[in-house]
Write a protein that binds this ligand. Structure first.
Ligand code: FES
Ligand code: FE2
Length: 465
């Protein structure tokens, strides 16, 4: 650890991310680095732990594990949460068993009774029962016998925890990304489906596979017949966004940066094809049934030759009306915010959100114990539903196949394992992300290096071998 902490980290500015950069592979493959993440990263940042809908009523709890740590989050009343380390202060038994093959444990409790000797704790974490307490002759203070608390807060319907008692407020941690994404009102969306698997690559190898559309041509070539996937990528504090871009700047329009955009050729046709493809091959996420159905009608509702911007406007207006008719009310998102919100966000360190006005396709990746070559990969779709029509969902373990995850995700899975193996090669000179299209990746490493004390990206120059 001393060795890790002793290396100087160079500070790069946002502008520097536009340069050709490289960084070492230790973050992906080193056991020592993975162990250090527990001390220097996971216990120092706000981590997305669950959604409020996971624990809807007072007394509902959910566990969140990261590395060797386990945390219990409990709803103590209609509008208050508490979070505790999942450990009994007597002799250290987990209060809630969290087997490795279970995504998380949920339930409802008035109090927590330890399975070993029966010490009991109320929802506020206070000890309410110790067998033969007199045996300690008064040495057990309330502070020694209560549960250890963890900071907890919420944003966008997500519950975040932070193990650092001196951490900055969640809002500060999420800015400036949060102020843009607030417009999407994620707190009004609900799970549509959620799947997870244990996958053979580092958690960073996995999350980085979803940071940029630069890989679309190489990995998802079937999508190229529907649209261009040239993308910008830029930092927002710790976080980053990518959005569709035009190689030719004269082609830009405000609606074109997000997943709701026109494709190639007749936009009345390609808009539908792109939306349908995004919907059907990304496991029924990346769009909604309303959007796809409204796009299907474009060719009947608009004359041939309608410009792309008008096609998109008409599409959005009719889909909005269709949704309103079934009591799904769209948030008002100004055009400049929509353009700035782009396609997909990486929220440091391990949360990804690909957003639409009424949906979001999200990922989270966690380390699998202390193994740098494995991760817990999770993906879920959120959508706005008419009140009371939300589907009942739970975490489903799904092998990483096209049958379980759809073609597009299976294609991504088809890279991650082999990136993990490839990066171990003596012949690999280190990653060199695209300076325009993959800045989210370098921004991630720039901030990761600040926490870890090593691994800062450095500029490549012509003398680099
Ligand atoms: S370890 Fe929990 S009561 Fe003994
Ligand atoms: Fe992909």
């Amino acid at each position: 650890m001393d060795k890790l902490a002793g290396i100087r980290v160079d500070q790069l500015s946002d502008e520097d991310l536009g340069e050709a950069l490289t960084y070492p592979v230790d973050a992906f493959i080193s056991r020592e680095y993975a162990a250090a993440e527990n001390e220097l990263l996971w216990s120092k940042v706000w981590l997305m732990a669950a959604r409020l809908e996971d624990i809807p009523e007072a007394g509902h709890f959910i566990t969140f594990n990261v590395g060797d740590e386990s945390i219990i989050i409990i709803r103590t009343s209609a509008d208050s949460l508490r979070a505790y380390y999942n450990v009994c202060p007597h002799r250290g038994r987990q209060l809630i068993n969290t087997p490795d093959d279970v995504n998380c444990v949920t339930g409802k409790k008035r109090s927590f009774v330890c399975g070993f000797h029966g010490w009991t704790f109320n929802r506020e974490g206070k000890n309410t029962y110790i067998l033969d307490k007199e045996d300690w002759k008064g040495a057990l203070s309330d502070e020694r016998t209560c549960l250890s608390e963890v900071k907890v807060d919420t944003w966008g319907g997500w519950i975040y925890v932070n193990m650092d008692p001196d951490c900055e407020p969640l809002r500060d941690f999420l800015e400036p990304a949060a102020s843009i994404l607030d417009y999407f009102e994620f707190e009004k969306m609900r799970y549509k489906w959620r799947q997870w698997c244990i996958y053979p690559c580092n958690w960073k190898t996995a999350i980085e596979a979803f940071m940029e559309p630069y890989h679309v041509a190489g990995t998802h070539p079937q999508l190229l017949k529907y649209g261009q996937f040239y993308a910008y990528s830029k930092p927002y504090g710790l976080h980053g966004v990518s959005g569709f871009d035009e190689r030719d700047p004269s082609m830009k329009m405000s609606q074109s940066s997000s997943v709701t955009r026109a494709g190639l050729g007749d936009p009345r046709v390609s808009t539908y094809e792109l939306a349908r493809e995004n919907y059907e091959t990304v496991n029924y996420a990346g769009s909604t049934e309303t959007l796809v159905n409204a796009a299907k009608r474009l060719v009947d509702e608009l004359p041939e030759g309608t410009p792309a911007s008008e096609v998109i406007q008409h599409w959005m207006a009719t889909a909005k009306a269709d949704d309103a008719a079934r009591n799904v009310i769209w948030p008002e998102i100004p055009a400049d915010v929509m353009a700035e919100a782009g396609l997909a966000w990486s929220m440091f360190p391990n949360q990804t959100i690909l957003q639409g006005v009424t949906f979001a396709l999200c990922y989270r990746v966690r380390p699998y114990g202390d193994d740098p070559n494995k991760c817990i990969f999770e993906s879920y779709a959120l959508e706005r539903f008419p009140e009371g029509a939300e589907p009942k969902t739970e975490w489903v373990y799904a092998e990483p196949t096209a049958e379980k995850w759809g073609l597009v995700l299976a294609q991504d899975f088809g890279n991650m394992e082999w990136v993990q193996k490839g990066m171990k090669s003596r012949g690999f000179r280190g990653p060199q992300p695209n300076p325009h299209q993959e800045q989210k990746v370098t921004n991630f490493h720039r901030h990761l290096a600040r926490f870890m004390g090593i691994g800062a990206p450095r500029k490549l120059d012509r003398t680099d071998q």
